[in-house]
Design a protein around this ligand. Sequence first.
Ligand SMILES: Nc1ncnc2c1ncn2[C@@H]1O[C@H](COP(=O)(O)OP(=O)(O)O)[C@@H](O)[C@H]1O
Ligand SMILES: [Mg+2]
Length: 217
Amino acid sequence: MIILENVTRVYHGSVYALRDVSLHIKKGECCFLLGPSGAGKTTLLRLMYALEQPSSGQVLIRDRDLAGMDPAGIQGIRRHAGFVFQDFKLIEDWSVYDNAAIILEILGKSSAYIRSRVWKMLKWVGLQHKVYERSGDLSGGEQQRLALVRAIIHDPDILLADEPVGSLDEVTGRYIMNMFYRLHKKGMTVVIASHKEDPIIDFARVIRLDKGKILGE
Ligand SMILES: Nc1ncnc2c1ncn2[C@@H]1O[C@H](COP(=O)(O)OP(=O)(O)O)[C@@H](O)[C@H]1O
Ligand SMILES: [Mg+2]
């Protein structure tokens, strides 16, 4: 599903975010990228969402090479993937509903479909009573759940999440991890980056990273 071969990513000619990383992620796998700050986790996720290009090496996503990909190809990758950003990237002045619905609107879905899909997903994460609230007024845990809904509203087959539990209390963190588990069980390929070991992550393949290199699994 996602293949990296000898990938190096250098910033400004000398900052090595990733060094010669090779990694194969199979369809339906759940991977936990574990490593300290600066290990290269975010860079790896950004490559998998075509937000970055490798400086050298090859990245294949669903058998398509990132190198030289045109905007339509990049759109195609993102059509089938969802990204939960570390800082959520919600539009704070918009309602919970509008943040959840925007991608379906861009994809041109019917308003009847959008309404039912948004309600269903907000209910799934327990935000149905907050539908018309401004998203900037939600708590951290609620914003995390909304960011997750927005990432999966278009039913992608790859879900990428950057430090999704790092800033949450233990109970909320466990709740979010359980959501990832359920998505993985439904067949989604899930990649989660984290700087700390999670005791409930025994369902995942743990990949340890440091200083831009894979240390082992
Ligand atoms: N846009 C960028 N410009 C310059 N350096 C960057 C950029 N993005 C990441 N880096 C550097 O690359 C290294 C890996 O960063 P990152 O992938 O964000 O690691 P992590 O998510 O594990 O903390 C760090 O040294 C970071 O400072
Ligand atoms: Mg990071």
